[in-house]
Design a protein around this ligand. Structure first.
Ligand code: ATP
Ligand code: MG
Length: 552
């Protein structure tokens, strides 16, 4: 049954505005600060901003909110662009808040000229001390009554570099008794003698977020400026600047940010993980960054579906990481190519199979025949998974054991006849016989078996490194635990297998390919792989093992 999906609150606002003729078309923006790589929380905002514009025939700008010269970098700009495009979105314009520095400076002059801004020599401590509390009004700074001429002169000098960092600020002159603390004469410009990644050393004063953001929206004629809930108190100030400057009336709307279990989401924390070596860079597959998910093998569609499924809320909540993994499996199950890989190999020898013979057997590439098939080599000696053999089988054991029969995937039924052990008691080889008439697809043997196992032909197998990734944190909400969030890192978040064997077709794997290693999970080639050193990353297990383990 198809049911019309109800509109989320932002779609309702947009439809109301369009129906009322308030705008002929909408313009949204995605405004990242280039001080880190994008994370999965940002993808929520990206899907929302680009999705709304696409749905209503509008457009979306990418605007780098680069007003803080100290933490920003071109490397981040490039990564952000790559990630947005990988997610499947294209911006109409690429803008930088720093492109508006001249305009913002002119806006500041306008406020000063209207008697609505003043230069304050107070230190940040003095400013804080006079700010008051939510229940007590603040007090005026002694500099609040400076004349317009004096303010113009001092602000000019601030710009010219006459003063050191922190020596003076420009503040909006609003109301020191305002119920909204952010309206108590907020700082709008500060002195910072720092090199900016785009404007170089042209400026030594920089606008504060609140003074840059709304006006940048307005300069771009943004109709719906969507941000996260913590900006609710900023809306009043956003509107105040726009109204005092009498510029295009952009409007701010807030939604709940995405928080996810087993994950930290702030760039500041992610930067610590990178800088302190807990992970191998921003795109480490354990990172909740878009580049980390990409490297781990996530598909853009799965992330978009996830963002669609979680919807747009007005209240903060914690989304289960397994929902993202569910969306991923749903996609990969249909699209990933099937392949065979043995991660912990032990040799199986088919005693009644001809020495040196190779048969090429047809095996389907997908869950059905829609992805075609390939030919895989089969012979007398196969690698199988060590855990698929039990000397003394448990009840309901459908895999190999002395006397037991199983089907080798896409090949024959074999029966275990004996096994060899070394002096340490470790199994070194398993012997079987096979039934020639049981060939997959043309089985006339009449033998029914319950188990099917994956395998790789020994002489054709290709050695590979396999990186098994797991959740980076071992607690649901690391940021809310006592002490440092880094104390909660899962020590088994990465397990490296050096001697796995994969089927020979995987030699031609590309970074775009997604695989299901049969019975083992979803995998993809890692960017560190070379033609003589294959490396595969586990994207996700076939089933959600965590929810079970956690409850046990
Ligand atoms: P962080 O706290 O992780 O550094 P931020 O909000 O400072 O994030 P920005 O680069 O300023 O990061 O964010 C760009 C846009 O992405 C903003 O509109 C912001 O509201 C949005 N955003 C950031 N984190 C999330 C999140 N977890 N869920 C939804 N949207 C987010
Ligand atoms: Mg920010």
């Amino acid at each position: 049954m198809s049911e019309e999906k109800s509109l989320n609150f932002l779609e309702e606002i947009v439809e109301t505005d369009l129906n009322a003729g308030k705008y002929s078309s909408i313009i949204t923006r995605f405004p990242p600060e280039p001080n880190g790589y994008l994370h999965i929380g940002h993808s929520k905002s990206i899907c929302l901003n680009f999705g709304l514009a696409a749905k209503y025939g509008g457009s979306t700008n990418l605007r780098f909110d680069d007003t803080n010269p100290v933490t920003e970098d071109t490397e981040y700009v490039e990564s952000i662009k790559e990630d947005i495009q990988w997610l499947g979105f294209q911006w109409s314009n690429e803008f930088y808040a720093s492109d508006y520095f001249d305009q913002l400076y002119a806006f500041a002059l306008q406020l000063i000229n209207k008697g609505l801004a003043y230069v304050d020599d107070s230190t940040s401590e003095e400013i804080a001390a006079l700010k008051g509390t939510p229940t007590e009004p603040g007090k005026d700074s002694v500099n609040r009554s400076r004349t317009i001429e004096e303010n113009l002169q001092l602000f000019q000098e601030m710009k010219e570099g006459k003063y050191k960092d922190g020596e003076k600020v420009l503040r909006a002159k609003i109301d020191m008794a305002h119920t909204n603390m952010l309206m108590r004469d907020p700082i709008i410009y500060r002195i910072k003698h720092a090199h900016h990644h785009r404007t170089g050393d042209k400026w030594c004063i920089y606008p504060m977020y609140d003074f840059a953001h709304g006006q940048s929206d307005s300069i771009e004629n943004i109709t719906h400026s969507i941000c996260t809930l913590e900006f609710i108190p900023h809306r009043e100030l956003y509107d105040w600047f726009i109204s005092q400057l009498n510029i295009f009336p952009s409007h701010q709307y807030e939604f709940a940010r995405l928080n996810m279990t087993y994950t930290v989401m702030s760039k500041r924390k992610l930067l610590q993980l990178v800088n302190e070596g807990f992970v191998n860079g921003w795109d480490d597959p354990r990172m909740p960054t878009i580049s980390g998910f990409r490297r781990k093998g996530f598909t853009p569609a799965s992330i978009r579906n996830f963002c669609e499924r979680i919807g747009v809320a007005k209240r903060e909540n914690l989304i289960d990481l397994s929902l993202l993994e569910f969306c991923l499996r749903e996609d990969l199950n249909l699209t990933a190519k099937r392949a065979m890989a043995v991660l912990d190999p032990v040799k199986l020898i088919i005693d009644n199979y001809e020495d040196g013979k190779t048969e090429y057997l047809k095996s389907e590439n997908g869950p059905d025949d829609t992805l075609g098939h390939r030919e895989i080599p089969f012979g007398k000696e196969l690698w199988i998974e060590r855990e698929d053999f039990m000397e003394e089988p448990a009840k309901k054991w459908f895999r190999l054991a002395p006397g037991a029969m199983v089907r080798m995937k896409s090949a024959y039924i074999v029966k275990c006849t004996s096994f060899e052990k070394d002096e340490k008691g470790e199994i070194t080889a398993i012997h079987c016989t096979y039934f020639p008439e049981s060939k997959s697809g043309q089985d006339t043997s009449g033998i029914a078996v319950k188990g099917t196992m994956h395998w790789v032909s020994v002489p054709h197998a290709v050695k590979a490194e396999v990186r098994l990734y797991d959740r980076l944190f071992r607690v649901e909400n690391p940021a809310s635990e006592e002490g440092d969030f880094k104390d909660y890192i899962n020590p088994e978040s990465l397990v490296v297998i050096h001697n796995a064997y994969v089927e020979p077709s995987l030699v031609s794997a590309t970074l775009q390919d997604r695989y299901q290693f049969i019975r083992k999970g979803y995998f993809c080639l890692d960017k560190d792989a070379t033609s003589n050193h294959l490396i595969f990353n586990r994207t996700v297990t076939l089933k959600d093992t965590w929810s079970k383990e956690m409850k046990a």
